[in-house]
Design a binder for this molecule. Structure first.
Ligand code: HDE
Length: 713
């Protein structure tokens, strides 16, 4: 696309990136096979040999090319965030943001700026499971008319360390141990916890990582945080500190740890499949962009340093201003070309967005290009289609591996007189990027500011903000993660370290990991909480949730079809599951197809469970161990369970009955307790449906976990 063409088309911004990508998309359907030189190939199944049983000949150019290309197919995986999944979409600002930033893509609500997002885990390698406990990356490339802007975010608002120079250390410590490459995609080992107890600035991040945030239910249900402090600068040159937030319209939701582990075996692609399927179904994930702003003259008004990346700005203190929305509406065409080759960089900013002196951010500004030079094999990776801006690229940079553009003319230096000094620097008015003229003075010194010294107060704030269920999950996560540590003194030091956060927390950690409770009363004295960080207070709705329906021959068609219609009207999806795939016949001789079986599914893949009646079906299900396991799993994982008529008998024969105080068998009317909804009366079916959908929209019924001793999940 030449410069003029590009400018003409800026009015059509939303489609511009797609049109650019379309120029390189190839569909080989119906074509003749060729070599990379375009020569047609007559046979690709047999190599050229000296005689049918003889050796392969060197002159077989097709064999050599095919094999050589294959031999070179892999590129290094990302050193962190290796496993990821991308999608296309667009961003729209709600109203002009001129007062706070001159960023062009944040001015016109009618403009849809194209974006590409890559979600990722951090620690595991490219083939590791999606559902491991980890931080999730949430990186967005905005293809703006002023050039690419990358918001390279995570789903946790803070970080392990305060200075980028320690990044190689924390990553070495958390990655598989170098002598035996164990464990994969997990922090549950000695070197990581040795790092933690040796670097107490990690305390706050550990609290978030071991909370439910570390095991998201879906990329569609995850917040994103820019973590680092940036600056917004407006047309008048006024700057403010800013932190970026993505808020998913579906709310923030998580798996349970038991589900996460089982899913890692049963469907290691659980999160990418969820995103892929949602977009294919037209259920486009949406996230609002929020900003927290702090005036330059308010920089020192907080009891934490606003440049310290191990601290968040509590929303109750610094409100999040919602300024726009991103919609992901198109899946990638090719994983490697797009998700694997996309290259993000927090230093890809546009006029109106600038940096702060956050020491983590400063180091990040070096690292991303550096790693991409290796991973993408040279300095021209900006020319790879997914990375190309829709804005024009004009400069005197030349050559390098895999240069795509053919830069015409003799002049490749600046200033020059032969080409009227082109390409010419742009003024502020012409959207030339001018760095914010922050005044900086100081002595060269390898030292951290004393204002970064508090490592515990916000960790306590976070702990105080958790609901009882969330607290329980954090303690169980400590038991798993630290329980796997071999070295006893490290385990003991974990208890002592987290005693600084909260004594009760430390006592309960100690209980599960075979070391002594803390010697002294601990805590920070912080009693405040930040309700915004608890997932209990997030948006909850039934829309896009998935229900498993257990049926066998002899099921009650009327019940199933009525309930399915109601679920579908509420935007809830349902799968019919039975022992074997195929057509299942109802008691009324109607047929429905079971699209999943016990072998291909599990309760862990669903948000809720429904057991319809029908004597024949229930008699069969009663004999299936897998059906009872299915129900027990759903119950233990605190999921909504609905049962109608004979279905209630099946439910009453499982662990659910042992936890529920009421006798399910004797309930005749609508019954609801701890997310279990039953009815035996056909006339109450629509009331049942409504109650069941209500239970689904509440998601988890954690009160079941409080039935101590009765639940194990
Ligand atoms: Fe990254 N990070 N990071 N990071 N980061 C990378 O760049 C780095 C940090 C984040 O989907 C690498 O291209 C340093 C915080 C995401 O392609 C590398 C430091 C946050 C992604 C790198 C940090 C992030 C990366 C590896 C601390 C949240 C995946 C591959 C000082 C705001 C992007 C690559 C994608 C990737 C360096 C800390 C987010 C090595 C030095 C904090 C989402 O350059």
């Amino acid at each position: 696309m030449d410069n003029n063409q590009q400018n003409n088309e800026l009015s059509n911004l939303e489609n511009l990136k797609d049109q650019q990508l379309e120029t390189v998309r190839v569909d080989h359907k119906g074509t003749k096979l060729t070599t990379n030189q375009g020569v047609r190939v007559s046979n690709t199944d047999d190599s050229l040999k000296a005689g049918e049983r003889g050796p392969t000949l060197m002159e077989d150019f097709h064999f050599r090319e095919k094999m050589t290309h294959f031999d070179h197919e892999r590129i290094p995986e990302r050193v962190v965030h290796a496993r990821g999944f991308g999608a296309h979409g667009y961003f729209q600002v709600y109203e002009p943001m001129a007062e706070i930033t001159k960023a062009t893509f944040l001015q016109d609500p009618s403009v849809k700026t194209p974006v590409f997002v890559r979600f990722s885990t951090v620690v595991g390698s490219r083939g590791s499971a999606d559902t491991v406990r980890d931080v999730r990356g949430f990186a967005t490339k905005f293809y703006t008319e002023d050039g690419n802007y990358d918001l390279v975010a995570n789903n946790i608002p803070i970080f392990f360390i305060q200075d980028a120079i320690k990044f190689p250390d924390v990553v070495h410590a958390i990655k598989p141990e170098p002598h035996n490459e164990i464990p994969q995609a997990s922090a549950a080992h000695d070197t990581f916890w040795d790092f933690v107890v040796s670097n107490t600035e990690t305390a706050h991040m550990i609290m978030w990582l071991l909370s439910d945030r570390g095991i998201p239910r879906s990329f569609r249900m995850m917040e994103g945080f820019g973590v680092n402090t940036f600056r917004f600068v407006n047309e008048q040159g006024k700057a403010r500190f800013v932190k970026f937030h993505w808020k998913p319209l579906l709310g923030v939701h998580s798996l349970t740890w038991d589900e996460a582990q089982k899913l890692a075996g049963k469907d290691p692609d659980f999160l990418r499949r969820d995103l892929w399927e949602a977009i294919n179904m037209g259920e486009y994930p949406e996230y609002e962009l929020g900003v927290q702003l702090i005036e330059e003259d308010q920089e020192f008004n907080f009891d934490f340093d606003i440049l310290d990346p191990t601290k968040f700005w509590p929303e109750e203190q610094v409100p999040v201003k919602i300024i726009g929305k991103m919609t992901l509406n198109k899946n990638q065409d090719n994983f490697f070309a797009e998700t694997e080759q996309v290259a993000f960089h927090p230093g890809h900013v546009v006029p109106g967005i600038d940096f702060s002196n956050d020491p983590l951010l400063q180091g990040r500004l070096f690292s991303y290009t550096d790693t991409q030079l290796l991973r993408l094999g040279g300095p021209n990776f900006h020319e790879i289609p997914i990375n190309r801006p829709i804005a024009c690229v004009n400069n005197n940079q030349r050559d390098g591996f895999h240069r795509m553009t053919i830069d015409k003319g003799a002049v490749s230096y600046s200033p020059n007189s032969l080409r009227n000094n082109s390409p010419q620097p742009a003024s502020d008015k012409e959207h030339g990027y001018t760095h914010y003229a922050e005044k900086v003075e100081g002595q060269k010194i390898r030292k951290r500011s004393g204002s970064f010294n508090d490592h515990y107060r916000q960790a306590t704030l976070f702990w105080n903000s958790m609901s009882p269920a969330e607290k329980k999950h954090i303690i169980k996560a400590f038991h798993f993660e630290v329980g796997k540590v071999q070295d006893k003194q490290i385990k003991q030091r974990v208890v002592e370290m987290f005693n600084n956060v909260d004594s009760q927390l430390a006592i309960q950690i100690a209980e599960g990991i075979g070391v002594n409770p803390p010697a002294n009363q601990g805590g920070t004295g912080v009693t405040a909480s930040s309700p915004a960080v608890s997932q209990e207070n997030t948006v909850k709705q039934a829309k896009t949730r998935k229900v498993a329906i257990l049926i066998e021959n002899g099921f009650n068609f009327n019940e199933v079809s009525q309930v399915m219609t109601g679920l579908s009207a509420a935007g809830v999806h349902a799968d019919l599951i039975s022992k074997n795939l195929g057509m299942i016949t109802s008691v009324e001789s109607q047929k429905l197809e079971a699209n999943k079986s016990y072998a291909t599914s599990g309760a862990i893949m669903y948000d809720a469970l429904y057991i319809p009646g029908g004597k024949g079906s229930i008699d069969l299900l009663m004999t299936h161990k897998e059906a009872k396991d299915f129900i027990n799993d759903a119950f233990v994982h605190a999921k909504p369970i609905g049962a109608t008529n004979e279905g209630v008998d099946l439910l009453a024969s499982t662990d659910a009955q042992r936890t529920l105080l009421a006798d399910l068998g004797s309930q005749t009317q609508i019954f609801t307790d701890m997310g279990v909804v039953t009815v035996r009366n056909e006339t109450d079916l629509s009331a049942f449906q409504q109650e069941f959908i209500n239970a689904i929209s509440l998601h988890r019924h954690w009160m079941r976990e409080n039935q101590d001793g009765k639940m194990s999940g």
